[in-house]
Design a protein around this ligand. Structure first.
Ligand code: HEC
Ligand code: HEC
Length: 285
């Protein structure tokens, strides 16, 4: 749908009348190299399943030079304070019998590649698994500990650590096979209009990326950079928390963090980034 048709049928006309949705400026042409070492591809041909988009872009390409530069060196990237905390947790003998993550998995580098494939079908559990679910399965089933809250600081820190070891690897999430039903459900949510503004994810992140909305430069809403460090919050933000925030901006009530709906949406949105690279933990405004 083009912008005019979109405005004609949604309450977003009010946004435009107030000058909230402004001119197209597109992604910039900057190149992302992290630590002078990891070359990160930030655009790629859209995966075949995407009908209305030809090229996919990392959210990094829509940020200011200042914000972009923070992500180019781990010493400047404020997320790494939290990654360091997760390394301490990884090595801590916190299990009921003194186990640490390290005692079974060695270093966090042993998880390289995992972030790029998640969410994915877990054969033993018979459901779609996210990183949070793997971490909590080990805590509860293998260490005799309580689960971490999905959106707790400890969990966000750990997912940041486990993302960081996969940086530079291409996102490669399955859309077929046993995950298909969840993927379809996620796709349906992506195109559903929510709230008083009657806006779907697609209305902003597919039809209008590149435009300014209020003071923000709209990206394609990709998740390859998650968890992200948001300067505004001075903390890590999980994918589900971002989804919830975006839906709230349409003045709708929302699915809860960790819900089957958000897991399905996470899978579908991740698959829209197939071909981009893992960047997490990235930096956003
Ligand atoms: C008692 C041994 C043990 C401990 C302690 C343990 N794990 Fe695991 N973990 C496993 C086993 C076994 C699996 C499943 C088989 C596999 O993939 O290695 C697994 C799987 C995982 C996976 C999925 C890996 C994959 O490639 O599928 C993640 C992520 C993970 N663990 C994270 C953690 C974290 C974080 C901690 C600490 C909070 C932890 N584990 C503690 C034994 C352990
Ligand atoms: C009213 C417009 C609007 C709608 C509708 C909307 N978003 Fe967003 N979203 C934004 C803005 C603005 C940002 C911050 C700038 C950016 O990265 O695009 C954002 C950011 C994001 C990001 C972070 C991207 C990054 O690289 O950091 C993700 C992921 C995202 N949105 C997903 C979604 C999903 C999924 C939906 C539907 C449930 C949705 N959004 C609905 C406006 C919207």
């Amino acid at each position: 749908m083009n912008i005019k048709a979109f405005l004609a049928v949604t309450g977003a006309a009010a946004l435009v009348a107030s000058g909230a949705l402004a001119q197209q400026t597109g992604p910039d042409d900057d190149r992302l190299v992290v630590n002078n070492e990891i070359e990160v591809v930030t655009d790629a041909p859209a995966p075949d399943h995407m009908e209305f988009v030809r090229t996919i872009y990392s959210g990094w390409r829509f940020r200011s030079d200042e914000t972009q530069s923070l992500q180019m060196d781990d010493f400047d990237n404020p997320a790494f304070v939290f990654v360091d905390q997760a390394i301490d947790d990884w090595n801590a003998e916190m299990g009921a019998n003194g186990e640490s993550c390290a005692s079974c998995h060695e270093g966090p580098e042993s998880m390289r590649g995992l972030r790029a494939e998640l969410p994915r079908w877990d054969e033993d559990a018979g459901e779609v698994y996210t990183m949070e679910m793997y971490v909590n399965e080990c805590r509860t089933e293998r260490m005799g500990l309580d689960a971490w809250g999905w959106n707790s600081q400890d969990m966000r820190n750990m997912t940041a650590l486990l993302a960081s070891v996969s940086r530079g690897l291409p996102i490669n999430v399955a859309t077929d096979g046993p995950v298909r039903a969840a993927w379809e459900k996620g796709k349906e949510i992506y195109y559903t209009r929510f709230g008083q503004l009657e806006l779907a994810c697609a209305n902003c992140h597919e039809d209008n990326y590149g435009r300014m909305i209020r003071a923000d430069h709209l990206s394609q809403g990709q998740t390859n950079g998650f968890p992200v460090y948001r300067l505004k919050q001075a903390n890590l933000v999980s994918k589900h928390n971002r989804f919830r925030g975006c839906i709230r901006d349409t003045r709708a009530e929302t699915f809860s963090i960790g819900s089957p709906e958000f897991i399905a949406l996470e899978l579908y949105v991740a698959s829209r980034g197939n071909g981009l690279m893992v960047e997490g933990p990235s930096v956003r405004n």
